[in-house]
Write a protein that binds this ligand. Structure first.
Ligand SMILES: Cc1cc2nc3c(=O)[nH]c(=O)nc-3n(C[C@H](O)[C@H](O)[C@H](O)COP(=O)(O)OP(=O)(O)OC[C@H]3O[C@@H](n4cnc5c(N)ncnc54)[C@H](O)[C@@H]3O)c2cc1C
Length: 304
């Protein structure tokens, strides 16, 4: 029986782990990967103490700090289920392992929202990507499409302008990104912007060959030959594992109060998976710290 189980090792989970270890809680950190969304981030200019740092480099710093402490880790494992048991929580991981904790922090962050069109799943990793920062360099001198009209999509297009031969920016709505980004992308002769276009299908067998679009006003169908598709239509919270025991808001985020409490005694949540406004590394790290300190207080109360 652990004192605390932390699910998710992004900025919030890693920070929670350090705070828990410093309170000498017997802690298990379980995560699909280390770093979370920081791994997808090219440059960070707003994490205090660093004027500029690349995402993977900051992730490594966080990881090294966690490794200074005696924390049990299960990395490369998905938590499939979280159950409420009499004296705490039981988690089931992909490999069939079962672990129990008196308290728990859910810090599972967010994942990219899929388009849900034919060809998307089949061509994932074979031309379909959800991270221009990570995969952009594989599409050097090739034609690509970016789907989306918000900041992530425009940032992706801006990034791809440096390496790809041509970028089709396809958005269902008018562009909603910051004007500075829109102007930069519009100024490039490498980008064709198609707003009010719906993506119907991604074509290809072993690799991506094209995309089928429909103009939502004229209903005209367009077939465009491209070799890569970057889906940048937002993120959804990884809250499924606790959806039956906590309250989620309409976005699927775990509802917490300002002490990171979910409403289930001993179960805390932190970072992007929660309803806390502003999804940023510094916010997620702070929330992770708060959640661990609250879990510590709860365990002290249990011990009395
Ligand atoms: C492209 C991009 C650029 C960004 N740039 C910046 C920036 O410049 N500055 C800034 O402050 N913020 C930036 N952000 C936002 C920032 O990265 C997030 O706010 C932050 O990473 C959230 O941290 P988190 O720990 O809550 O979640 P995440 O970083 O999402 O981490 C969640 C962790 O949980 C794991 N996980 C998920 N589900 C499970 C499961 N079922 N079982 C086990 N493990 C699971 C994941 O593998 C991951 O390790 C950016 C985000 C993106 C996508």
């Amino acid at each position: 029986m652990y004192d605390l189980i932390i699910a998710g090792a992004g900025p919030s989970g890693l920070t929670a782990a350090v705070y828990a270890a410093r309170k000498q809680l017997k802690t298990l950190l379980v995560s699909r990967d280390v770093g979370g969304q920081m791994n997808w981030t090219m440059g960070i200019e707003n994490y205090m103490g660093y004027q500029f740092v690349e995402g993977p480099e900051l992730m490594l710093k966080f990881e090294q700090q966690v490794k200074q402490f005696p924390i049990d880790t299960l990395i490369g494992e998905d938590v499939n289920a979280v159950l409420k048991i009499d004296n705490g929580f039981e988690i089931h991981t992909e490999d069939g392992a079962v672990n129990q904790g008196l308290s728990m922090i859910i810090s599972t962050g967010k994942k990219p929202r899929p388009l849900n069109v034919p060809g998307e799943k089949e061509l994932m990793g074979r031309g379909v990507s959800y991270c221009a920062t990570c995969d952009g360099p594989f599409f050097r001198n090739l034609k690509v499409a970016v789907i989306g009209g918000g900041n992530s999509a425009l940032e992706a297009a801006d990034d791809l302008m440096k390496t790809s031969a041509h970028i089709y920016l396809i958005s269902l709505t008018p562009l909603t990104a910051d004007p500075i980004l829109i102007n930069r992308v519009k100024a490039s002769d490498k980008v064709t912007i198609l707003t009010e276009h719906e993506t119907l299908e991604i074509k290809g067998k072993d690799s991506t060959k094209g995309i089928v679009l429909r103009n939502i006003k004229s209903k005209e169908i367009k077939n465009i030959d491209i070799e890569g598709v970057f889906v940048e239509i937002g993120l959804i919270p990884n809250s499924d594992i606790v959806k039956d025991i906590v309250t989620l808001n309409k976005f699927g985020e775990i509802m917490i109060n300002n002490a990171n409490e979910t409403g289930v005694k001993g179960l805390y949540a932190a970072g992007d998976v929660t309803n806390v406004p502003e999804k940023q590394i510094v916010v997620a790290a702070g929330e992770g710290a708060k959640a661990a300190l609250q879990a510590h207080k709860y365990l002290q109360y249990l011990a009395r």
